[in-house]
Write a protein that binds this ligand. Structure first.
Ligand SMILES: C[S@@+](CC[C@H](N)C(=O)[O-])C[C@H]1O[C@@H](n2cnc3c(N)ncnc32)[C@H](O)[C@@H]1O
Length: 266
């Protein structure tokens, strides 16, 4: 009972529609199965929608909630412990998903929280370390991960991973399932491979190369075919493509001479 009352601040569970959308996103980004961590799994709202081929490990502090998760999801492994005490090896998961607990509490975790980050940031940073290089971390977190004035947690996150995408959910997103108007962000991060440059630095270098002058070739080739660009930039899409041949034809036309109505200003 004491554990349950201590936990009321964080006992907000994710709307099934949001959990399903997160799974769809990670699948679209290439997750096809493997070991999945849900830190702070509650009763298992993410575990419930896991695709075939995902082997779930949930970590839950509250013993009653952990028992419920284990009873509801017998195929998952539920660790009834604080995530600060979880001793899985770094890189031992392919993916982490979930909705982390928020607050100013600073978990004591000598190995994974020497920076003394708040619980939501500790969950993100430790999840990143437990996921293998190239693996994804898709977590709902307090808006203060991104908005806090102190950049220390964001710097540590950026040293480990590239931001794949982020969505700020509307304040009513958790009203129906959790009865709260708290503002949360979905952050999707990819654990960086050792020796790989951060995507943000590459993009900045590409930008400054483009701005260096007319002799420097642009980092991104000019668009010459919408069809090719669309196929190169997006993940595989099995739907039939509408024709854009007419637009490609326009791109291949020689530049038009200025029209007589615009006059010759040279
Ligand atoms: C916001 S709820 C989300 C639950 C679940 N992930 C979901 O999306 O429905 C956060 C959960 O983290 C648990 N929690 C809080 N502190 C924790 C800790 N130090 N270690 C593990 N779980 C914790 C809470 O008991 C709660 O179930």
């Amino acid at each position: 009972m004491t554990a349950a009352s201590r936990n009321t601040l964080n006992a907000h569970y994710t709307d099934a529609r949001i959990a399903q959308a997160v799974w769809s996103a990670v699948r679209a980004l290439g997750f096809g199965g493997g070991r999945v961590l849900e830190p702070g799994c509650g009763s298992g709202n993410f575990i419930a929608f896991a695709p075939a081929g995902a082997q779930l490990v949930g970590v839950e502090l509250d013993p009653v909630t952990a028992g419920i998760a284990a009873a509801l999801h017998p195929a998952a492994q539920i660790l009834p412990e604080s995530f600060a005490d979880t001793r899985d090896a770094d890189g031992s998961y392919d993916l982490a998903v979930g909705n982390v607990p928020f607050g100013r509490v600073v978990p004591h975790d000598r190995r994974h929280n020497p920076g003394g980050h708040s619980i939501h940031n500790h969950f993100i940073i430790k999840s990143l370390r437990l996921v293998r290089p190239g693996g994804l971390v898709a977590l709902l977190t307090s808006r203060y991960t991104m908005d806090a004035r102190n950049p220390a947690a964001r710097r540590e996150i950026a040293s480990l991973a590239d931001l794949v995408g982020a969505v700020r959910l509307p304040s009513g997103a958790h009203q129906r399932a959790a009865g709260t108007t708290v503002v949360t962000d979905l952050l999707i991060l990819r654990r960086r491979e050792p020796g790989r440059e951060p995507d943000a630095r590459k993009a900045a270098q590409a930008d400054s190369a483009g701005a260096a002058g007319p002799d420097v070739p642009p980092a991104v080739p000019p668009v010459t075919s919408l069809t090719q660009r669309r196929l190169a930039a997006l993940p595989p899409d099995t739907r039939p493509l509408p024709s854009v041949a007419a637009y490609d034809q326009l791109l291949r036309l020689p530049p038009r001479a200025s029209s007589p109505s615009q006059g010759d200003r040279s």
